[in-house]
Structures are given as structure tokens and as C-alpha cells.
Design a protein around this ligand. Structure first.
Ligand code: ZN
Length: 301
């Protein structure tokens, strides 16, 4: 099953629901960064959360979740675009602790206390660079899903159930199930709808369990909302994709200034840049640096 995300409504649009299957993209991110099991779960939940949350805001072009953590993972960043792509990384990929008392990966054990920053950007594609909107809330549980629900309640005044899960194969460390759902109660939801949503979402099986049993994103929503009928609005593919490139690496080096480039050329005979978001390595040789130092051709008026 390829990674995908669905959006749906229920109870006369007073309930908004989204779900995603993100197994492949989480596996790719974890392989790229060489994360250990607990860090894999933390990164995978954050990537999935960014994709889901990104779709809940209208006209949004980029949503970034940044967990600033006091735990051994140090920090988690995920950036999702409106086009269904996501990229991200953790500060310490080797953060790992023993399983918790429920025999589950102890994500809060590596996250610890700290802050969650949510950055929303719009208008990039049409050339309007509006100021990004940033909201910050303290980390309340460190399990990621509960932290996103807390952010939505406090900063957006939207009561939401957020469930995110990553299944890491115990032996080989590969990700064989990842995904999540967000169910939101909109203004005007009737008390019986609120009751039903709370009851069903609380009783829903774990997301990775549903995925391992073959559920797609629509199936996850169906199980999360139990007997509440849902109306599917949209299904779209999602994937891990970074925006870095050799040209960007060149641009970054050129922004360092002539002296710095000269220095790199003389001391290191080149430059090596690694992208935080995807671990891609860009090697700029002597010729590339020399070209940056050569004067631009004259402009003919
Ligand atoms: Zn990259």
C-alpha cells in the first residue's frame, strides 16, 4: 500500500477527520538518518503529524513542527508542504531508551520536557512572502500526538483527538507500519456528537495495529469513528521529499562571502555540505569554488 492521506467530514461537517498511512516515508526518513528505534518512532510520529496538521489549515503552503526537547533526542523537526511532501530530522538519531511499562517504544522518554513550535507559512507559491505565523506551547506529554492535540486546543481552540503510531520491527529496525489520524470537533458540534466522537476515538485500536491488519487511511477513520458515518472528501498521495539540491548547496557557499570561499579553496580544496533534512551530501570541488570566485560576466545594457 503506497503512502496516502484522506480527509473526511461527519455529522453535517461539524466533525473534521483526517488519516494517513505513512509507512514508506517514515521508513525512508529513518534509513536516511540512521535513527535508533525510539528516535525512529519520535521522528515518524512527527512527520505524520506535520502532514495531517498541514491539511487542517486552509490555504497553508508549509507547516513546520519543531520540538525543542530536554530529553536525549535534543530536537525533532518536520516540515510538510501543501503538496503532500514532508521532510524532517532529529538532533540525536541515536536517542534510544528501553521499552516502557506497556512494552511500547518510550518516545516521551527521549523527548522529555521542552517546547513545541508550530510555524505556518502561506503565500509562498504566489510570490507573497507573508510573515510566518508561529505559535509555541510547552511539551505536555512528549508522546507527540498528545502534544499536537494540546497545541490545537490551546492555540487554535479546536478540540481534537490525535493518534500517531510507528511500528519498528524489533530485529532489523525497519518501519513496517506508520500512520495516524486527527479528528476535530468544529464549532456548532452537538453535545451528542461530541460524546460519540470522544467515546469512539478513545476506544479505537492503535493505529499501527489497524495498518498491520491491512487498513488504509479511510479504514483507519472508519475504525476511529466507529458507528459515526463519514463522508470522504479527498485522497492524496504523500511522500518524503527534500528541497535540497547541488545548486542550493552552491548558493549557500556563495553566501558565505569571497574570503570564506577562498579559505575553503586553499585549506580544504573544496567543500562538503550535508543536508540536515535528508542527510544528502553535496561535494563542491575546486573547480566549483573557483567559479564562485570568478567575476560575473559583464551585463550588456
Ligand atoms: Zn535535503
Amino acid at each position: 500500500m503506497t503512502d496516502h492521506l484522506v480527509q473526511a467530514t461527519a455529522a453535517d461537517a461539524t466533525v473534521r477527520a483526517l488519516a494517513a498511512v505513512t509507512t514508506d516515508l517514515v521508513d525512508e526518513a529513518c534509513r536516511r538518518h540512521g535513527t535508533w528505534p525510539t528516535a525512529s518512532a519520535a521522528l515518524g510520529r512527527t512527520l505524520t503529524g506535520a502532514l495531517l496538521l498541514g491539511r487542517t489549515f486552509k490555504d497553508l503552503e508549509r507547516l513546520t513542527l519543531r520540538f525543542q526537547c530536554e530529553g536525549s533526542i535534543g530536537g525533532i523537526t518536520a516540515e510538510a508542504s501543501a503538496h503532500g511532501t514532508v521532510r524532517g530530522y532529529v538532533r540525536n538519531p541515536e536517542a534510544d531508551v528501553p521499552l516502557n511499562s506497556h512494552s511500547k517504544l518510550d518516545v516521551s522518554g527521549v523527548v522529555g520536557n521542552g517546547m513545541l513550535h508550530v510555524i505556518r507559512e502561506a503565500g509562498i507559491d504566489i510570490g507573497l512572502s507573508r510573515e510566518p505565523y508561529t505559535a509555541s506551547v510547552p511539551i505536555v506529554s512528549g508522546e507527540i500526538g498528545e502534544d499536537l492535540a494540546h497545541y490545537l486546543a490551546v492555540s487554535e481552540q479546536i478540540n481534537s483527538a490525535v493518534s500517531l503510531g510507528v511500528f519498528v520491527e524489533p530485529e532489523q529496525g525497519r518501519i513496517t507500519a506508520a500512520g495516524g489520524f486527527v479528528v476535530q470537533l468544529m464549532p456548532g458540534a452537538e453535545p451528542r456528537t461530541v460524546d460519540a466522537v470522544e467515546r469512539w476515538t478513545a476506544a479505537a485500536p492503535h493505529v499501527t495495529q489497524m495498518i498491520r491488519q491491512g487498513a488504509d487511511a479511510a479504514g483507519i477513520l472508519q475504525q476511529a469513528l466507529g458507528e459515526i458515518p463519514i463522508e470522504l472528501l479527498e485522497k492524496r498521495p504523500v511522500e518524503f521529499r527534500c528541497t535540497c539540491s547541488y545548486d542550493r548547496a552552491l548558493h549557500i557557499v556563495s553566501c558565505l562571502g569571497r574570503e570564506e570561499v577562498q579559505d575553503m579553496l586553499e585549506k580544504d580544496h573544496g567543500a562538503v555540505l550535508t543536508c540536515h533534512f535528508c542527510s544528502a551530501v553535496y561535494t563542491l570541488g575546486e573547480a566549483a569554488l573557483e567559479e564562485l570566485l570568478s567575476p560575473p560576466p559583464p551585463v550588456l545594457m
